[in-house]
Write a protein that binds this ligand. Structure first.
Ligand code: ZN
Length: 287
């Protein structure tokens, strides 16, 4: 059996966001000998991007991604402009952190200022996502920040992301960065794509164009009691993580394995050190 290299473990800080601030998470990762981190922008903002970057560098951590940019669709030009401005700031932060990629989720149907969905035009929303990524890509290339499109499970199509499959993400890359290696790629998060009958073929397709920028792991619990905050620890659910990793590796992925677990009723309630110890163990034994 092919076990993963323990040195490839990275922790998405959402996994311990209830327990620790970003500086606390950084020192905890160093304490546990974990080499990779993927922080969220709200956490980075609390520390200040410059300070966060320095702390992460001092701890010797690789930044496997910054979460996240996107949310492009809006009902009017001003809304779309505001989203793009915010996304440019995300690029600047990713550059400062030396992130391997900036994770981009598309956004769902257009919302008004209060967050209410104001359109049922899903195809139109997908066009806004394509146009938004295209515009952001120019800026990100200038800053040397690779953008990683993360398709989200279709249950989020209305409110978070209308890019829902790897095929869609690959199509976007084909359209916006047709020659590969152009700073636009894909983040494969098993929680979102494990069910996809075309998963293996689409991982191969992404790999053939050097588009596999990030790999996020957790597990799918049965039953899942919350659409957002009930992700499982590797080994506690039904995803064949070893099989999917083998597909990623066969497609040329050599990056880290980022554990990303939102878990309001379980892991967020436990001691942070226990969570990290379990992540290390399950990464080795169950992923
Ligand atoms: Zn993810």
């Amino acid at each position: 059996m092919n076990f993963p290299d323990p040195g490839l473990l990275s922790i998405n800080t959402a996994t311990v966001r209830a327990q620790w601030t970003l500086p606390e998470a950084i020192s905890a990762l160093a304490r546990h000998g974990i080499r990779g981190i993927s922080p969220w922008r709200d956490q980075v903002a609390k520390s200040g991007a410059k300070t966060a970057a320095q702390q992460i560098r001092d701890a010797g951590l690789t930044v496997t991604g910054l979460c996240r940019a996107g949310m492009f669709p809006a009902p009017d030009r001003n809304g779309r402009r505001a989203a793009l401005d915010d996304n440019r700031r995300a690029v600047d932060e990713a550059a400062m952190l030396g992130a391997q990629c900036l994770v981009v989720i598309g956004g769902g149907l257009p919302k008004d200022a209060r967050g209410a969905i104001v359109s049922k035009d899903l195809a139109g929303a997908r066009e806004m996502v394509r146009d938004g990524i295209g515009e952001l890509l120019d800026y990100a290339r200038g800053a040397g920040v690779p953008l990683a499109i993360e398709p989200l499970h279709p249950m989020y199509a209305a409110d978070r992301a209308c890019v829902n499959t790897l095929a869609q993400a690959n199509d976007l890359c084909d359209e916006l960065a047709p020659n590969g290696r152009e700073g636009l790629g894909i983040a494969v998060d098993v929680y979102h794509v494990w069910w996809d009958p075309h998963l293996k073929a689409q991982i191969e397709r992404a790999g053939a164009h050097d588009r596999l920028y990030a790999y996020h792991i957790c597990d799918w619990l049965v039953p899942t009691v919350d659409l957002l905050n009930d992700r499982g620890m590797m080994g506690d659910g039904v995803i064949d993580l070893r099989l999917i990793r083998s597909w990623m590796e066969a497609a040329g992925y050599r990056g880290m394995h980022e554990v990303e677990i939102f878990s309001a009723n379980n892991w967020w309630k436990r001691d942070g050190d226990e969570v990290l110890i379990t992540c290390k163990l399950r990464h080795e034994q169950a992923s």
